[in-house]
Design a protein around this ligand. Structure first.
Ligand code: ADE
Length: 265
């Protein structure tokens, strides 16, 4: 996977991406990263790349020409004309795991990080293929969202994670949140590791983990469960929870969500 990032803060992207797992993957040649400093393409020669918005209003707008020139240089470097170019904006489609998987199939991915009050619409219309948001809140620029996306996408690139399974066996990959994990010691400050995990019975461990995933998803993200295809064993487990009522530790609200899910599945 080759990443190209157009930004006013290349050092922020370089530092973030050359750290930890993505840093190692870059060293190994599994990922590559090129940052393009939009300021280097200033048309005024003094590094200025923004101007006042037509029609008035607060803030400054990134001008079309420096962004377009940065893009031309990027296309040259990527040697690919039909390049997927992601503009990070709170107005975009909200990023999720399935988008990460989809983007991970590309050979090259380019990102445009905006600042100030935005980027001149004309250049966005000319070059952007995907408008993506990382959530319903407003950040000061697109650098952190671009890094969030690259991190999530990189995990899906074969070889980036040391255990090739870990990319697919975690939260969201099967539509459920991840089950709880435990490590040594067996008893920590009086808290015991769930005995099933010490039993050595792989079938029981798998079943327990799956049930814990169902329970966590019900508690924290019932919306995910509502859209899932539940199998017979899942429904049986959830029905048992419902029958246990208050003894299962579920709140009234969780019980009513569960009733809904079981009625509709
Ligand atoms: N730029 C500013 N806020 C953003 C967000 N939430 N997602 C993507 N890009 C952004």
């Amino acid at each position: 996977m080759n990443y190209y990032v157009m930004t006013l803060f290349p050092e922020m992207i370089e530092q973030g991406m050359h750290t930890s797992i993505t840093g190692r993957a870059i060293e190994k040649g599994l990922l590559s990263l090129k940052t393009i400093n939009i300021r280097d393409y200033s048309v005024t020669g003094n590094g200025r790349i923004d101007d006042y918005p037509y029609g008035g209003g607060a803030g400054m707008v990134m001008q079309a020409e420096p962004v377009y020139r940065a893009y031309e240089s990027l296309v040259c470097q990527a040697e690919q004309k039909a390049l997927r170019l992601i503009y990070l904006t709170p107005q975009g489609r909200v990023f999720d795991q399935s988008m990460a998987q989809e983007f991970a199939c590309e050979e090259n991915l380019a990102f445009l990080c905006g600042h100030y009050e935005g980027v001149d619409e004309r250049v966005l219309e000319a070059i952007v293929t995907d408008y993506v948001s990382i959530g319903d809140y407003v950040l000061t620029g697109g650098e952190l969202p671009a890094m969030v996306m690259m991190d999530a996408i990189s995990r899906m690139v074969p070889g980036v994670l040391s255990n090739s399974d870990s990319g697919v066996s975690e939260s969201f990959s099967d539509g459920l949140l991840e089950y709880p994990q435990y490590s040594r010691p067996e008893i920590w400050r009086g808290c015991q590791v769930p005995p099933v995990l010490l039993s050595g019975h792989h079938g029981n461990v798998d079943r327990w983990r799956h049930e814990q995933s169902l329970l966590r998803t019900l508690r924290n993200r019932p919306d995910l469960l509502e859209h899932m295809q539940l199998d017979k064993a899942d429904r049986k487990f959830l029905r048992k929870l419902l029958e246990a009522g208050a003894d299962s530790g579920l709140s009234e609200k969780e019980v009513s969500v569960l009733q809904n899910i079981l009625e509709n599945s």
